[in-house]
Design a binder for this molecule. Structure first.
Ligand SMILES: *Cc1c(COP(=O)(O)O)cnc(C)c1O
Length: 964
């Protein structure tokens, strides 16, 4: 808090910042006393290097609109919503109208128990969402006919790009060619091109209905049904591809697969796609869960997270993320994908949609969609229109005298159709289409003026308009979970049962360093599911999206102001994607100056794993810069690395404040050294919660940053996604930001191509960050930063007598997080940081970040949103745990049989007739008195990680596996 409290007298109820910031003015005073400063401004001035401060006093305002209250914000959002025009979207292209079952909308999408959870790295407190994700994996795996599926990718186009690089790694062919059918979604093709170019992959586009072009290739991608709607049997093509040593990738429509033979059955190696039309709102482009499934042979190559089954300490089956050690966090520059945040919440929704409808329900939906498409095709044919493809599922291409006329008529009736060219119109039907819709759209076509063709329409007996050999029976989703919850009562209780197994922000602070688990205020969340925002198709004409576009433009301007950069793109749909886009901008800039040879990216050893992975994806070579014993970038090593790479230097990628949680005072020097050598400076802005309102990377020497709106700007983590990772650049890089083939307004025409499927990325969740900035204003945002830094220093100070704080900066202060070192205690007691993390579950907490960026440590980030009472509850737990460690060290408790090694304790163990431990049941379950009133019981004990990797199972285990 600056000199005076944010609370404006006379209107206390209207000041949102006071509700966002946890500690009261009185508490802040108390915390300041403990840390030894007179005001939060003073602590900032002492912690942040003078050279980067934008606002040495408190009156250097950001140019942001004056803060308004929650009611006013909702009113403004209502006005913006009213400027969107919801037109029934029959555009298709990978995005379809869908009916989100309200029981899922309210109890998952709008439920903080689901949307505020973190990525399930701590599986014992994540069994609910892990089960929901394994349902998703099983659903995709069944429908695509491929046994291994991950727990979501970012969207269909990036999933296709991941499939391309996977195919290159796995193929025996040494060719650099990836063949793509010309009838794929334009955004898929363009994202493939963006991602292929830096890696030296040649994307060859060909009409694969004519067979595979000559020449070697490592992979082939075909869409099924195709972008034009045509359904062709891809099996001959797949066979031809495999014959040449190429992997076959099929981009498949998840709903069509309930009627059509699966890609796996047709011989494909990889299937990719989107699960949006399984109940996930369009949201003007996202967020939606992309999927990828692969053959058994490729299971260790699949990018992103994979939920698997293992056992806990008592031998019960338990879910956890499989093959974690091969994740990008460990593999860094050897990483093959940079995916970190994915689309968990949306994957949970899509999986629940399948649980809700079951195999026969899904099948019925697909049959209805297909029937409406057939009706429309027959009626159009009867009116003399030519339907381009006789074989289709839900999408028709229709030849018309004037496409513009038909589109106009349709719009007047409330429908958006796809303009393919001057004489061709596309219509995609979906589960929300009614016979009245079909009639209205037919009306829009009018009469062709031609006589119907002889013989048409063909009405086939079993009402099907695709090749008979592609028809499929209900050979999917036979697991009981998809066949049990037909009543809403049952489904409601199932979802509640799952969320009750998990710890999310609605129950406890989640002090995860680097992840900024702060308040996701309800007012911020409200507008996301309003139909005016949720119902917009990403390719809707912009004049129908005026409200959403204004939110995009406002946020771009506000984020530019806040970061000191000149241009912002909101297209990247995760931090990792923002990194990739930022590095592409650097690459484009060097190349525009004829400096193509600049391809080395310097990255400190402490960097987040995505940094190196993104650099590799952007075609760069990674050189690691050492850190000194204080955790800071070693300037001598930096100079040496710059000298060594000289003219090859492309960029340095640094996190600020560092991943060690300190404000390095050498940052301006680092920027200067790199610039002098002709390199560009990328500042990873995921830790922006420590800078907002106090320093601007665009002004202190950086050229480009990404921000994580799902950290600093209040988008909830959703259990591991969605996210938004905007990239912000100085003007010389602005021409190299992402753009989009379907929307010229989405980026510069000189841009590097799209990095996401949708023009404005996950536009559907931008109202959250918009509302945050609108309600906080410059003063509130600055205060949030100050209190975040104060809270981290308060926790560090209070824990210091019990746990050494590993790194501090100027005046012994940390930034917004602190690393506590468990290694010395481990040496004395054998108790590891993992034991402490698991023991915290017995105390009702989610563990801090474990072993990142330093093995054997815990990184605590309290954020500004936790009030003093909650901070104290955490501190009390940590102090109590220290006393437990001492008992082990002193030999009072056995080195192996103690509450730390055996944590977490389940209710079943604690209440068992047998209790063979050298400590009491009360010690196990109620180590501090407050737990007697409010106790969280982990549903499983400690999970055996190695067992699960040795025995990889990544679809729903049969119910017998859970028999007691
Ligand atoms: C979270 C984080 C990232 C990656 O962001 P995602 O949205 O998960 O891709 C990158 N760098 C740092 C420092 C982070 O904390």
């Amino acid at each position: 808090m600056s000199d005076q409290p944010v609370n404006v007298p006379g209107a206390p109820a209207r000041v949102f910042a006071d509700r966002h910031v946890g500690p009261s003015p009185g508490a802040i005073e108390e915390m300041l006393k403990t840390v030894g400063y007179g005001s939060t401004a003073e602590i900032m001035a002492a912690a942040v290097p003078e050279s980067i401060l934008t606002a040495p006093g408190r009156n250097a305002p950001l140019d942001l609109p004056e803060a308004i209250g929650e009611a006013e914000t909702l009113a403004e959002l209502r006005d913006l919503a009213a400027r969107n025009k919801v037109v029934t979207p029959l555009i298709g292209q990978g995005y379809h109208g869908t009916f989100t079952p309200p029981v899922i909308l309210r109890n998952i999408m709008e439920n903080p128990a689901w949307y505020t959870a973190y990525t399930p790295y701590q599986p014992e407190i994540s069994q609910g969402r892990l089960e929901a994700l394994i349902n998703f994996q099983t659903m995709v795996s069944d429908l695509t006919g491929l046994p291994v599926c991950g727990a979501s990718l970012l969207d269909e186009a990036t999933a296709a790009a991941e499939a391309m690089t996977l195919a290159r790694r796995a193929s025996k062919s040494r060719a650099d060619v990836f063949v793509v059918d010309s009838d794929v979604f334009p955004q898929t093709l363009q994202v493939l091109r963006t991602r292929a170019e830096p890696l030296g992959i040649e994307v060859v586009v060909a009409d694969l209905s004519q067979g595979l072009p000559d020449g070697d290739a490592f992979g082939v991608l075909v869409q099924y049904p195709a972008s034009s709607g045509v359904v062709r049997d891809p099996s001959a093509l797949i066979a031809a591809a495999r014959e040449r040593g190429a992997l076959a990738v099929v981009a498949a429509d998840i709903l069509a697969l309930t009627l059509l033979r699966s890609p796996g059955d047709l011989g494909a190696d990889i299937a990719v796609g989107s699960t949006q039309r399984f109940g996930v709102p369009l949201g003007f482009g996202g967020p939606h869960a992309g999927y990828m499934s692969v053959t058994e042979k490729l299971r260790r190559q699949i990018p992103g997270r994979l939920v698997g089954v293992s056992v806990d300490a008592a031998g019960r089956p338990a879910y956890r993320l499989a093959l974690q050690t091969r994740e990008q966090h460990i593999r860094r520059e050897k990483a093959t994908s940079n995916i970190c945040t994915a689309q968990v919440l949306l994957a949970v929704m899509a999986g629940m949609y399948a649980v809700h409808h079951g195999p026969h329900g899904l099948r019925a939906i697909a049959e209805q969609v297909h029937a409406h498409a057939m009706d429309m095709a027959d009626a159009l044919t009867a009116r003399g229109f030519e339907i381009v493809h006789a074989s289709f599922f839900d999408t028709l291409r229709v030849r018309v005298p004037s496409a513009d006329r038909v589109l106009e008529n349709a719009l007047a009736a409330g429908y958006n159709l796809l303009r393919v060219d001057a004489h061709t119109v596309g219509v995609s039907l979906d589960e929300t289409t009614t016979p009245a819709d079909v009639a209205a759209v037919l009306n829009a076509f009018g009469e062709s003026g031609r006589a119907p063709e002889e013989g048409a329409p063909v009405v086939d007996e079993d009402r099907r308009r695709f090749p008979a050999e592609l028809a499929r029976g209900v050979d999917y989703l036979d697991h009981p979970v998809f066949n049990t919850h037909r009543s809403e009562t049952s489904l409601l209780r199932y979802m509640r049962r799952l969320s009750d197994r998990d710890l999310a922000l609605d129950r406890t602070m989640i002090p995860l360093g680097s992840c900024t688990m702060k308040l996701n205020a309800t007012t911020e969340m409200e507008a996301v599911t309003w139909s005016e925002f949720a119902g917009l198709h990403p390719l809707a004409p912009l004049d129908q999206a005026a409200g959403s576009v204004e939110i995009v433009r406002d946020l771009e301007a506000w984020l530019a102001e806040i970061t000191g950069y000149d241009a912002v793109s909101l297209q990247p749909n995760a931090g990792s994607q923002g990194e990739f886009a930022g590095l592409l901008a650097i690459r484009g800039y060097h190349r525009s100056r004829g400096e193509d040879h600049r391809d080395v990216c310097l990255i400190p050893g402490s960097a987040h794993g995505t940094n190196a992975a993104s650099a590799v994806m952007a075609g760069m070579r990674v050189a690691v810069v050492a850190c000194d014993e204080g955790g800071n970038i070693d300037l001598d090593d930096l100079r040496a690395k710059i000298a060594r790479h000289a003219d090859a230097l492309s960029a340095i990628m640094v996190t600020y404040p560092s991943t060690h949680g300190v404000y390095e005072d050498t940052i301006t020097e680092v920027c200067r050294l790199v610039h002098e050598a002709g390199g560009q400076v990328y500042v990873d802005g995921a830790n922006f919660n420590a800078l907002l309102g106090w320093a601007k990377p665009g002004e202190f020497g950086a050229d480009v940053s990404h921000l994580n709106l799902h950290k600093t700007f209040c988008i909830p983590h959703g259990g591991g996604g969605p996210g938004v990772g905007p990239v912000a650049v100085r003007s010389h890089l602005a021409g190299f930001l992402p753009n989009h083939p379907g929307q010229p307004e989405a980026g510069p025409h000189t841009g590097v191509g799209p990095v996401s499927a949708a023009p404005f990325g996950s536009a559907g969740i931008l109202p959250i960050s918009w509302a945050y900035v609108r309600m906080m204003g410059e003063r509130g945002l600055r205060t949030a930063t100050e209190v975040a830094v104060l809270s981290a220093n308060y926790v560090a100070k209070r824990l210091e007598p019990y746990y050494p704080v590993l790194y501090t900066g100027a005046n012994g202060l940390v930034a917004h997080e602190c690393i506590i070192d468990i290694r010395p205690l481990q040496k004395a007691s054998g108790v590891s940081n993992e034991d402490v993390a698991k023991r915290l579950m017995d105390y009702g907490f989610h563990a801090p970040t474990m072993s990142f960026p330093v093995a054997g440590t815990l990184m605590v980030e309290p954020t500004e949103s936790e009030d003093l009472a909650e901070l104290e509850r955490f501190i009390e737990a940590m102090i109590a745990i220290r006393a437990e460690i001492d008992k082990v060290a002193a030999g009072e408790w056995d080195a192996l049989d103690n509450p730390l090694k055996n944590a977490p304790h389940t209710a079943e163990e604690v209440t068992a007739d047998e209790w063979g431990h050298g400590y009491s049941r009360a010690d196990a379950a109620y180590p501090v008195p407050s737990l007697r009133r409010d106790k969280y019981w982990p549903p499983v004990g400690r999970i055996d990680q190695a067992y699960g990797d040795r025995n990889l199972v990544c679809s729903c285990p049969p119910p017998e596996a859970f028999e007691l």
